[in-house]
Design a protein around this ligand. Structure first.
Ligand SMILES: Cc1cc2nc3c(=O)[nH]c(=O)nc-3n(C[C@H](O)[C@H](O)[C@H](O)COP(=O)(O)O)c2cc1C
Length: 368
C-alpha cells in the first residue's frame, strides 16, 4: 500500500494542514449539560498528537431552545460550554493539530431514549423528521430568522476561540437537511418549493450569515448527504445536473469545501461512472471536497450502531481515487474513534497494529 498521497499538506484560505486526513465528526455524548469536559479536550488532543490533519468535532449545537435531543451533547453557546471549547482548541493547537467545530441544529428529532426532552418542542421546516412522523413545530419566520442568527453567532465564536475552520452540519436528516428534503419540507413560502434549489434557500441564508461573521479568509465547510437515516437509498439530486443545481447556490453563498457523506466511499453516485459523491461534487462545483465512509474498514457506520464489528481493510481503492483527483481530503470516523494513533500507523505502514472497530469503543472516550 502506497499512502504518500494522503500525506501531502493542504492549504485553503487561512487553513493549512499537514496531511489529507480529517477526523469525521462523531457525537459522543460525554459533555454533561452541554459542557465539554477536560476528558473531551484530552480525547481531541490525543488525535492531534496522533497526526490527524484536521479534526472535526462531534456535532455541537447552536443557541436555540430545542436544537438538541440529548443533554450530554456539547453546546456551542453559553459561557461555560465555550470555555470548555476554548480548552479543547488550545490543547489541539498545543499538539500541532487543526480543528473545526461541527455546528449543528438537530431540527425535528425522535425523543431521546432517556426520556429527556428540551424545554420547548423540536422545530423544523414542517414539523416532520421523516415520512408521516411529526414530532415538533413548524418554524415561523421569526424562528427561522433567529436560527440563522444563532448559526452566525456560533460561527463568530468559532473564529474568536481560534478554531481553524468550521463545518455546518447539513447532512443526515437534521435541520438544514430537513429543509433540503421534500419529504420533510412541505413549506409554501420562500423556504419551501418543488425544486431542490428552492429548498436550498434556508442553507444559503445560513451560509451568507456565517460568511458575514467570519470574513472572506476563513474557510467554510458544509457536510451534505444524499441518504437519510430513515432512507439509505434516497437521492436529493438524481443526476449530475441536479447536483450542480443544488451545490451552485451553496458555493455562491460562501461554501469552500463540500464534505460529502456516504456510508461506503467506493459506491458510485450516479449510473455510468464510478465517481462517488465527493468526486461528482468536485466536478460540478469546482470546490474542494472531502470523501468519507468506511475508509479502512470492512463494515459501515449505521450497522456499527446496531453492534456490528468491522475489520481493517485496504486503502488501495481510496488512494486510486485520490490520485485520480476525485477529492482533496479523506474523513475517517470509527478508526480514529477507536485508535488515536491510526494515522501514524498508516503512515508508518504498521498494518498489523490496526485495530478495526467494535461497539465497545463507543462506551468511552478512548485515550490510548
Ligand atoms: C459514534 C458516531 C457518531 C457520529 N456522529 C456524527 C455527528 O455528530 N455528525 C456527523 O455529521 N456525522 C456523525 N457520524 C458519522 C461520521 O461522521 C462518519 O460519516 C461515519 O462514521 C462514516 O465514517 P467511518 O465509516 O469512517 O466511521 C457519527 C458516526 C459515529 C460512528
Amino acid at each position: 500500500m502506497q499512502s504518500d498521497s494522503l500525506f501531502r499538506p493542504f492549504s485553503l484560505k487561512s487553513l493549512n494542514i499537514k496531511n489529507r486526513i480529517v477526523m469525521a465528526p462523531m457525537t459522543r455524548s460525554f459533555s454533561p449539560n452541554g459542557i465539554p469536559t477536560d476528558v473531551v479536550a484530552a480525547y481531541y488532543q490525543r488525535r492531534a498528537e496522533g497526526e490527524v490533519g484536521l479534526i472535526l468535532s462531534e456535532g455541537t449545537v447552536i443557541d436555540r431552545p430545542s436544537s438538541s435531543n440529548d443533554p450530554d451533547i456539547p453546546h456551542f453557546h453559553g459561557e461555560r460550554a465555550l470555555a470548555g471549547w476554548q480548552r479543547v482548541i488550545n490543547a489541539v493547537h498545543q499538539s500541532g493539530g487543526a480543528m473545526a467545530p461541527q455546528i449543528w441544529h438537530m431540527g425535528i428529532m425522535d425523543n431521546h431514549h432517556s426520556g429527556w426532552v428540551p424545554p420547548v418542542p423540536f422545530e423544523g421546516p414542517s414539523g416532520l423528521n421523516r415520512q408521516d412522523f411529526v414530532n415538533g413545530n413548524t418554524m415561523t419566520d421569526k424562528d427561522i430568522a433567529d436560527t440563522i442568527a444563532a448559526f452566525g453567532k456560533a460561527a463568530a465564536d468559532a473564529k474568536r476561540l481560534g478554531f481553524d475552520t468550521l463545518e455546518l452540519h447539513g447532512a443526515h436528516g437534521y435541520l438544514i437537511d430537513q429543509f433540503f428534503w421534500d419529504v420533510t419540507n412541505k413549506r409554501t413560502d420562500i423556504f419551501g418549493g418543488k425544486t431542490l434549489p428552492e429548498r436550498t434557500r434556508f442553507a444559503t441564508e445560513v451560509i451568507r450569515e456565517v460568511r458575514k461573521q467570519v470574513g472572506e479568509d476563513f474557510p467554510i465547510i458544509i457536510r451534505l448527504s444524499q441518504f437519510k437515516p430513515s432512507n439509505y437509498q434516497n437521492k436529493l439530486a438524481g443526476n449530475p445536473q441536479e447536483l450542480e443545481a443544488w451545490l451552485t447556490p451553496l458555493a455562491d453563498a460562501g461554501v469552500d469545501i463540500f464534505h460529502c457523506s456516504q456510508r461506503r466511499f467506493w459506491e458510485p453516485e450516479f449510473e455510468g461512472s464510478d465517481l462517488n459523491f465527493a468526486g461528482w461534487a468536485k466536478k460540478v462545483s469546482g470546490k474542494a471536497t472531502i470523501t468519507v465512509g468506511s475508509v479502512g474498514l470492512t463494515g459501515e457506520f449505521m450497522a456499527a450502531f446496531r453492534g456490528e464489528s468491522s475489520e481493517p481493510s485496504s486503502l488501495d481503492e481510496l488512494i486510486r481515487r485520490m490520485d485520480r483527483g476525485d477529492f482533496d481530503l479523506v474523513a475517517v470516523g470509527r478508526p480514529l474513534l477507536a485508535d488515536p494513533y491510526w494515522v501514524q500507523k498508516i503512515r508508518e505502514e504498521r498494518t498489523s497494529e490496526l485495530k478495526g472497530f467494535t461497539k465497545e469503543a463507543l462506551g468511552e472516550l478512548v485515550l490510548g
